[in-house]
Design a protein around this ligand. Structure first.
Ligand code: ADP
Ligand code: MG
Ligand code: MG
Length: 247
């Protein structure tokens, strides 16, 4: 079964139709990035796949309907990095990343040496070892984004949902974070579903781009097929320049 299967997903929020019948399949190990103008429904789609919205039977993870998975079971499979995660005041990097182990720790606060070992391994892997005692709020945007990623990885999930993982970063750090995600994906056979509004970088890492507009998928394919001037001009309602040969 595919890692993610979304079939005819409808989401209504506050009386408005936000997603109007979305179909999406992501294979295991694949990286799919959802693009689309502001308000297209990208974050809503990710929240639905992450189990943060009621979706009936429209979403299945590795063949299992999302709604039949218990929260802990789901958290061991799917990890989400939100668009602007809350940064708890006074919390150290170590404690924050340890939150990623929550689905394995009964009762809370009784983490094992093994959980701490996972956390230290992830911090090492993301070049964050030196930051473990630092207060999260004091880190730069790029460092913080790595910590958010570390928490998701500490969850041990095989499916990473990343909502605008680079939107707070400058171009150098954007490349660095995406490169890191790509390496981890290859090493651990992770499946990545991301959203990105920055078209200059969205096509570089994804196997496929999904263009969402007004709650519908209007294109789904390899980056070169989706990043056409015509498609983008139509759906972004603006003239978008695509540099020939870049994608
Ligand atoms: P994107 O991530 O593509 O910018 P979102 O998924 O955040 O889009 O939002 C899609 C649309 O849904 C927007 O028009 C937004 O205002 C609306 N929306 C999001 N959440 C809610 C909510 N809880 N209640 C009502 N409308 C919402
Ligand atoms: Mg938005
Ligand atoms: Mg969004």
């Amino acid at each position: 079964a595919p890692a993610i299967e979304v079939r005819d997903l409808h989401v209504t929020l506050g009386g408005a139709t936000i997603l109007a019948g979305v179909d999406l399949t992501v294979s295991t190990g694949e990286w799919v990035t959802v693009i689309g103008p502001n308000g297209a429904g990208k974050s809503t789609l990710l929240r639905a796949v992450g189990g943060l919205l009621a979706t009936g039977s429209a979403v299945a993870i590795s063949g299992t309907p999302l709604r039949s998975m218990r929260p802990r079971e789901r958290a061991r499979v799917v990890a989400t990095v939100a668009q602007s995660p809350a940064v708890p005041a006074g919390m150290s990097v170590l404690d924050y990343v340890l939150l990623g182990r929550t689905p394995y720790i009964p009762p809370l606060g009784r983490e094992s040496a093994a959980d701490l070992a996972v956390v230290h391994e992830v911090l090492d892997r993301l070049d964050l070892a030196a930051f473990h005692g630092r207060e999260l709020a004091t880190l730069s945007g790029g460092e913080r984004q790595r910590v958010f990623l570390a928490r998701a990885l500490a969850q041990g999930a095989t499916l990473l949902l990343l909502d605008e993982p680079t939107s707070a970063l400058d171009i150098g750090h954007q490349q660095e974070v995406l490169e890191l995600v790509d390496q981890l994906r290859r090493e651990h056979a992770l499946t990545v579903l991301a959203t990105m509004h920055d078209l200059s970088i969205a096509g570089e890492y994804a196997d496929r781009l999904v263009l969402l507009a007004d709650g519908r998928v209007v294109a789904d394919g390899p980056p070169a097929e989706v990043l056409t001037e015509e498609l983008l001009a139509t759906h972004y309602r603006a003239r978008v320049r695509v540099i020939p040969g870049e994608h």
